[in-house]
Design a protein around this ligand. Structure first.
Ligand code: SF4
Length: 370
């Protein structure tokens, strides 16, 4: 296990993606692979998706018109921020292209590892995840487009987790997760539930063996590694994965946004006043003085505000900001005001869509998915 990165903690002071690719044994997202894509989400174009495992299998399936599915989990541990938005948008994008989605709600993990009780878990799932996924365009209601489920309620997944357990040894799990002697057995067994989530779209009850694509942050890679080890032992195809870069904390590049630390992130449920204040306080790549900024230009590669544009907003604004920033024509205060306006516009729209989406909740309850 790479120091400082597990599904439960991520403490790198400086994120070095080249090193991560090497250390984790990932494959970089090359321009050859990107060329094979008929249409690309901006996260591919802008290299926010920086690495993969066997993404070629997904492109092969697409080329041959064969079925594949996309899966990502909802971890109800806190507030939904702009980092979560990236994955939700990718899910919506694949779904628009007719790809079936699988979305497990990690309520076993929330309970067993994070100690979140059932009522709090349900409240977070609905208010932070389901409503935001719906507002971002993911159809969670149509059963032929999306399988949203609770881990606690999914017998297929729980049964598969025991089969998966029989295919892996404790020492293999220890090598991946680095358990300590004080870890309870729930924490030690839980990764097999996660592996079962990833593998279960290949069960006969789900239509049989097929490629599965899992878009994730790098901190979730251990689950992929275990699932990929187990898959062939169950007669399944190794799942593929793509990795998005971590969004930085508002306090500076190299530290991660956290759903439990309001000062680090903008939440999609924040009020507009709070968002404006958070952006005012955000770290930039500005110089020490106005004179220096005008003479040397700003440093977008160090700037959290610029990262928001890079990860989330349209080409035109991204390009003009880069040009004006690096040429010294733009000062950070002015830039923050423009970006703040753009983020507020987006959030007002999302918050309106969240309200509209509440009418879909009874249908989701009726499906007994949550
Ligand atoms: S001008 Fe904008 S992009 Fe450039 S460093 Fe300042 S806030 Fe960042």
């Amino acid at each position: 296990m790479s120091k400082g990165i597990t599904p439960w903690e991520f403490e790198l002071e400086q994120v070095d993606y080249v090193r991560i690719v090497e250390e984790f044994g990932l494959q970089p997202m090359t321009s050859e692979l990107l060329k094979r894509m008929k249409n690309k989400h901006r996260l591919f174009e802008r290299k926010v998706i920086f690495a993969h495992r066997d993404f070629g299998l997904i492109l092969d399936a697409q080329d041959k018109g064969q079925e594949f599915v996309v899966l990502t989990g909802m971890m109800p541990s806190g507030k939904f921020h702009f980092g979560h938005k990236l994955i939700a948008e990718l899910m919506a994008w694949y779904q628009e292209q007719g790809i079936m989605l699988y979305i497990p709600i990690s309520d076993i993990e929330a309970d067993v590892i994070r100690g979140i009780d059932a009522d709090s878990c349900r409240e977070i799932v609905v208010n932070e995840y389901i409503l935001n996924y719906l507002a971002l365009g993911v159809d969670l209601v149509s059963k032929d487009k999306c399988c949203l489920y609770s881990q606690w309620r999914n017998d297929l997944v729980r049964n598969l987790s025991f089969k998966a357990a029989s295919k892996v040894t404790f020492s293999q799990m220890h090598a991946v997760y680095g358990f300590s002697n004080s870890d309870n057995m729930g924490k030690i067994f839980f990764p097999l539930i996660d592996a079962a989530d990833i593998l279960h779209p290949q069960l006969p009850e789900r239509g049989g063996v097929k490629p599965v694509l899992v878009p994730v942050g790098i901190d979730q890679d251990p689950h992929l590694r275990v699932s990929r080890d187990i898959a062939p032992r169950l007669g399944m195809i190794k799942p593929s994965s793509i990795y998005t870069k971590m969004m930085s904390s508002l306090q500076g590049r190299g530290t991660k946004m956290s759903s439990s630390k309001p000062e680090t992130a903008i939440f999609l449920t924040d009020t507009i006043e709070v968002v404006k204040q958070k952006l005012k306080d955000a770290f930039t790549g500005g110089r020490e003085t106005i004179q220096e900024q005008k003479r040397l230009g700003g440093q977008p590669e160090k700037c959290v505000i610029y990262e928001f544009l890079l990860f989330h907003f349209e080409d035109e604004l991204l390009e003009s900001t880069y040009e004006k920033c690096t040429s010294g024509a733009l000062l950070c205060g002015e830039c923050k005001a423009v970006v703040s306006k753009r983020i507020v516009k987006f959030l007002e729209e999302i918050q309106r869509k969240r309200e509209e989406a509440k009418s879909l909740l009874p249908k989701i309850y009726e499906n007994q998915l949550i």
